[in-house]
Every structure is written in C-alpha cells, then in structure tokens.
Design a protein around this ligand. Structure first.
Ligand SMILES: *Cc1c(COP(=O)(O)O)cnc(C)c1O
Length: 246
C-alpha cells in the first residue's frame, strides 16, 4: 500500500508544519509582549519517543536543535540522522556511566546536577576531542525549584550552583552555558521562572558568559520568555502526545 503510506507521510508533514508554525508564532508574540523584540530564544524541539522520520520532517521545516532525554534513543537517532547536521541537546537525567556515549553526539547537556557528572563529562569529552576533534560541550546546570523533596525531579539545589559552576568553568572541553529548570507541578510557572532568573543573575555575576537560561515547555513557554529564557524545550505542542512505549 505504497500510495497510502505516501499520503500518511504528507499528512504528518502538514501536521508538524502547522503545529511548528503555531508554536513559533506563540514565541514571537511572547517575545513582543515582554519587550524583547527580535531577540528570540532558541527553539529546541524535544522529540523523545517520536520516530527519527519525524525529526527528518522537522529538519525540512527548518528545525536545527532537537532534544532527547534517554541516551539509547538519542544515540540511535543521532547516528541515523548524522547527515542532517542537527544540534543534539540532552535534557534528561544522566547517569555518569552514560557520559561517554553522550559525548559522541551531544552539543549540549541541560541536566548537569552534580560534581561527579561534571567530572565524567569532562573525561568523556576530552577522549572524544582526541578521537574525533569534537567541539566543546555546552553545559547547563539543572536547578531544582522544588522545595518539596518528595516531588524531586532532578536538579541541584540553588545553593549548590556556585560549586558546580566553578567545576564546570575549570573543566577543559566543557562550557558553562547557564542554568536549566523544569517548573515544578503545583507552583505557578511565573514564580518558578522568576526564581530561576534570580539564580541566573547570581551565576552571571561570577561567570559573565554563563547567561543562558533553558526554561519553558509546551505549557509554560510564555512565562519562561517573560523571565528571560534563552532556550525553550518544546515537545508535545509540536509533535502531539507521545506514543506509548511498549
Ligand atoms: C519532555 C521534556 C520537555 C518537553 O515537554 P513538553 O511538555 O512535551 O513540551 C522539556 N524538557 C524536558 C526536560 C523534558 O523531559
């Protein structure tokens, strides 16, 4: 049934095109409303659980930055799509033993939350630089904005940021880009992203080039833009709900 596959493919392309355009227009409106004008954040499309074919379609629609949260899936997709020259952002919790694999394909890791992980990434990137001459790895310190330890979804506490930042700044092959956070469930996203902006300002006072703020998902991108997000991580509003994994 080759014909119906072609039709399905065209339908999916049209759907992604429409959803992507809607998100881009939300981003522009939010940037306008917050007086940022043409200073638009980088849109990272989080493609976890969606097939590599969707990433190909997104690349054809001008997407350059994609995000994944599991090493196995990211590693396979980045290998399959190597010729597209995309920037791969790792956004999920990361075990130190996966650092080596991530260093092979990732341009950025948004979930650096402990010293051990900084050291593992530094070693892995150094090895990769010797082997393949890879570029330095952009690192975001993931901050937990959740006061409720029971609901902890990863991330360092705000008080741990200075020590992590020092270690990242000293690590060859790693670039201290800035901070990342996921707005905790329950709290309003404005309040959370305002706290993140304050943490970012304190970091940038010590490390002037570490100004990036990775914040904002499908539900809260407007709030994130209002509080200075430089990188948005958007999944479901572009790709639709995530297919169930078997
Ligand atoms: C899945 C995921 C996103 C995207 O979330 P959506 O609500 O689907 O836009 C962003 N950041 C992280 C860390 C994620 O795991």
């Amino acid at each position: 049934m080759k014909g119906s596959r072609v039709v399905k493919d065209a339908e999916r392309f049209a759907e992604l095109s429409e959803r992507l355009a809607a998100v881009r227009s939300r981003i522009e409106s939010a940037a306008d409303a917050s007086g940022r004008g043409g200073d638009l954040p980088t849109l990272i499309v989080v493609t976890k659980f969606h097939p590599a074919e969707d990433i190909r379609r997104l690349a054809a629609l001008g997407v350059r930055d994609v995000g994944e949260n599991r090493d196995q899936e990211a590693s396979a997709k980045s290998a399959e799509l190597a010729e597209l020259g995309l920037h791969w952002h790792f956004v999920g919790q990361l075990q130190t033993k996966k650092a080596k694999s991530v260093a092979r394909y990732a341009h950025a890791v948004h979930s650096v939350d402990r010293l051990q992980l900084v050291d593992s990434l530094a070693r892995a990137v150094a090895t990769e630089q010797d082997a393949s001459g890879r570029t330095p790895l952009d690192c975001f310190i993931q901050v937990s904005l959740d006061d409720d330890a029971g609901a902890h979804r990863g991330g360092a506490s705000p008080s741990e940021v200075p020590v992590l930042a020092e270690r990242l700044a000293d690590a060859e092959g790693l670039v201290l880009a800035g901070v990342m956070a996921v707005a905790p469930l329950g709290a309003g996203p404005e309040e959370s992203f305002e706290r993140l902006a304050a943490i970012s300002a304190r970091l940038a006072a010590e490390h002037p080039s570490a100004t990036a703020i990775s914040a904002g998902m499908s539900q809260d991108l407007e709030a994130a833009i209002r509080f200075g997000a430089t990188h948005l991580r958007i999944g479901s509003d572009i790709l639709g709900s995530r297919p169930a994994v078997g």
